[in-house]
Design a protein around this ligand. Structure first.
Ligand code: CP
Ligand code: NVA
Length: 300
């Protein structure tokens, strides 16, 4: 059966741990599973980290990445997603896509004979969550028993972080404004994934209290630009600043997938301060991408 990476839960807990372990193996130990193969990278939205880290990961595994912008491919405009994937699988060992609607990667995976990788959709961002886990594991040794706070919007990054956290045995606490948080059903789904736990509320001080890692992300994800003014109003009071960070555990770290908007979701003093790990987190995107691609390429 062809394996895909559309959400973190596409992995079992054991597979997730293996992917993270592969991500930390030296490149030379991964035996170039993409030797002589192509990997298509289709982007319907802008990217810095995801494009660059995926291209480098493909090269490190011996493959050749081909980047294409969404306008050029025209998913469901120039031709249906299914036709695109049926053609690309004739050229490439894997196809990766950053899409507006998650249903597009679902439809691609439903017909693909090669792995399809979600490079961010409106629902999830699994490659980001793998990198987040790598950064936190390096910091804490293990996520088991740790408390992770998320302050802000329950978006694609938040959902994937929740999956990875619970699967690795951590407690995740979401603080989101009313109407922008996970549903009770979603919290139950996350909590049921493995030994970790998920909780949600609306008070940032509650979520951050005693937490070992504090995460946030933009209040306005790509595709939500029309809501920018409304969202700035709704999320006022959800800025991660020094005063909020002082409620976290001693030596707590601050994390953000980037791009970040200083003065909105995070204060400059935090993102550019000593507790911030955002740059090593960004660098971990390449290692996580390499681990995920190696796993999908059959490395064990
Ligand atoms: N964090 C992340 O996915 O960044 P890019 O949008 O730059 O790829
Ligand atoms: N939630 C953000 C993440 C960007 C990497 C977005 O979807 O735009």
């Amino acid at each position: 059966m062809t394996r895909h990476l559309l959400n973190i839960v596409d992995f079992t807990v054991d597979e997730l741990q293996l992917v993270l372990e592969l991500s930390t193996r030296p490149v030379e130990a991964l035996a170039r599973p993409l030797d002589g193969s192509g990997v298509a990278l289709i982007f319907e939205k802008p990217s810095n980290r995801t494009r660059q880290s995926m291209e480098m990961a493909v090269v490190q595994l011996g493959g050749h990445p081909i980047y294409t912008r969404g306008e050029e491919v025209g998913i469901d405009k120039r031709e249906p997603a299914e036709d695109i994937i049926r053609i690309l699988e004739g050229y490439h060992a894997m196809v990766a896509a950053r899409v507006f609607s998650h249903s597009v990667v679902d439809r691609m995976a439903a017909v693909a004979s090669v792995p399809v990788i979600n490079m961010l959709s409106d629902v999830s961002h699994p490659l980001q969550a793998l990198a987040d886990a790598l950064t936190m594991q390096r910091e804490f040794g293990t996520l088991a028993g740790r408390t992770i706070a998320w302050v802000g919007d329950y978006n694609n990054v938040a959902r994937s972080l929740g999956e990875v956290s619970v699967m690795l045995g951590a407690e995740i606490r979401y603080a989101c404004p009313d109407g922008y948080g996970p549903s009770e059903h979603e919290i139950a789904r996350l909590s049921s994934l493995a030994t970790g736990d998920a909780h949600a509320g609306s008070d940032p001080s509650w979520a951050v209290g005693g937490a070992h890692a504090v995460h946030t992300d933009t209040w306005v994800s790509m595709g939500q630009e029309a809501e920018v003014e409304e969202r700035k109003r709704v999320f006022a009071g959800y800025t991660v600043d020094d005063s909020l960070m002082s409620k976290a555990a001693d030596n707590a770290i601050f994390m953000h997938c980037l791009p970040a908007y200083r003065g909105l979701e995070v204060a400059t003093e935090v993102i550019d301060g000593t507790q911030s790990r955002v740059i090593s987190q960004g660098h971990d995107r390449m290692h996580a991408a390499r681990g995920a691609l190696a796993f999908l390429g059959g490395v064990r």
